[in-house]
Design a protein around this ligand. Structure first.
Ligand SMILES: O=C(O)c1ccccc1NCC(=O)[C@H](O)[C@H](O)COP(=O)(O)O
Length: 204
């Protein structure tokens, strides 16, 4: 079954809605973003979540020590990197890592395969934005992609389009942020959209 990560969580209620609806993971943004959260807020949410939900921290070119400290403090299970972090940076983290690559007109499978992450996330390239763009890329570019690590599809997914995206790309998992938010309110999740997104992926 395709796994679901609900990203850009900023409050306990949305985290619990995601967990109850069947999300496998939730994400916290520790980088400049309208969805940015402080480590102490994220820590409080992590403590309220039930077991078996993966807690993911999202960072963009943050100092290694900062990432390690936040991961330890919040009890994060995985780190998601959305910047230009080097392979050595990734190895030095000593944690499970999801590396985001932003897709424009093409995908270079060798670049993805060479990076020492536990999973590869494909997101949409939008100049000046590191993530949470709400824009899809051409899913055909990722159709048939053979990687040695799990592939997570992101970028502009919604309850309405995720079923088609999954059928084309057949990813290990999907990741959504703005597609499950209240209209025009970045960081404010819509419980109904969260439920409909997860149901669309898992056929619930
Ligand atoms: O969501 C953000 O604001 C963000 C900012 C900086 C780096 C990463 C960010 N989000 C990471 C995610 O995992 C998002 O789910 C992913 O980019 C997809 O976003 P969306 O297109 O809004 O569903």
């Amino acid at each position: 079954m395709v796994r679901v990560k609900i990203c850009g969580i900023t409050d306990i209620s949305s985290a619990l809605t995601a967990a109850e609806a069947g999300a496998d993971a939730v994400g916290f943004i520790f980088a400049p973003s309208p969805r940015r959260i402080t480590p102490s807020q994220a820590c409080r949410i992590c403590r309220e979540l039930p077991p078996f939900i993966t807690r993911v921290g999202v960072f963009v070119d943050a100092p290694l020590e900062e990432v390690r400290a936040v991961a330890e403090y919040c009890g994060l299970d995985a780190i998601q990197l959305h910047g230009s972090e080097s392979p050595d940076y990734c190895r030095s983290l000593g944690r499970r890592v999801i590396k985001a690559f932003r897709v424009g007109d093409e995908i270079d499978p060798a670049e993805l395969s060479d990076y020492p992450a536990d999973a590869i996330l494909l997101d949409t390239f939008v100049a000046g934005q590191k993530g949470g763009t709400g824009q899809p890329f051409d899913w055909q570019l990722a159709a048939g992609l053979k990687l040695s690590r799990p592939l997570i599809l992101a970028g502009g997914l919604t309850p309405e389009n995720v079923g088609r995206a999954v059928s084309i790309v057949q990813p290990y998992g999907v990741d959504v942020s703005s597609g499950v938010e209240k209209e025009g309110q970045p960081g404010k999740k819509d419980p109904d959209k969260i439920r409909r997104f997860i149901a669309a992926v898992k056929g619930l």
